[in-house]
Design a protein around this ligand. Structure first.
Ligand SMILES: [Zn+2]
Length: 198
């Protein structure tokens, strides 16, 4: 688990865009098991999906949640071995890992701002995206900078989803339905959408 979730790395304040939109503060509980994430502080993932109205330059959060690492691991377990290989191949083809590692290593002051401005897979600015998702690894009220955070244009995720097995997509739908207690307006958003805990 430690390898999967590298907890070493610079800890910075969580950017506003990754805070709980309802409170303007760090997320307090795991969406699945309701574990308290803040007292004492524990590591967790944040995921958000943002709709971007380009003509009005408005951003609307479609949903955002935090999930403890144990639940994130369980979620990841819904992805079949074959689909995981497809995801890894897609990432290695599309992500400039060297550039990303250099950026992490040199830790320029604007590094976080930079990674939250461009799709990790297409390299395009999120300004050009109609919808995008963000993920971050946090610890209490801090964000750990490393492979996370990242932003992915939803249209690129669509390309990836097409490559995944029906088994994986079905498992993930069932998993969300059973564990997330999704409000109806979220259910469609989660449908056939892989969660990207790379
Ligand atoms: Zn949990």
């Amino acid at each position: 688990m430690d390898q999967m979730w590298p907890l070493e790395g610079q800890r910075v304040s969580i950017p506003d865009v990754l805070l709980d939109e309802d409170t303007g503060k760090s997320f307090t509980n795991c969406r699945m098991c309701h574990l308290d994430l803040q007292s004492p502080p524990v590591p967790y993932m944040v995921e958000k999906v943002i709709r971007h109205n380009k003509s009005l330059n408005l951003r609307e959060e479609l949903f955002g949640y935090a999930i403890c690492l144990e639940c994130a691991e369980e979620m990841k377990g819904q992805i079949s071995k074959e689909s995981m290989e497809v995801i890894q191949e897609f990432i290695s083809k599309n992500v400039d890992l060297q550039k990303r590692m250099e950026a992490i290593f040199f830790q320029r002051d604007n590094h976080v701002e930079e990674v939250l401005s461009n799709c990790m897979l297409s390299g395009q600015s999120v300004e050009a995206a109609e919808e995008y998702q963000m993920a971050a690894l946090c610890d209490g009220d801090k964000m750990i900078v490393g492979m996370w955070p990242y932003v992915i244009d939803s249209s690129v995720i669509g390309q990836l989803t097409e490559l995944l097995s029906p088994e994986t997509l079905g498992n993930m739908d069932d998993f969300y339905g059973q564990n997330f207690g999704l409000p109806p307006e979220w259910a469609d958003l989660f449908k056939e959408r892989p969660v990207f805990w790379i």
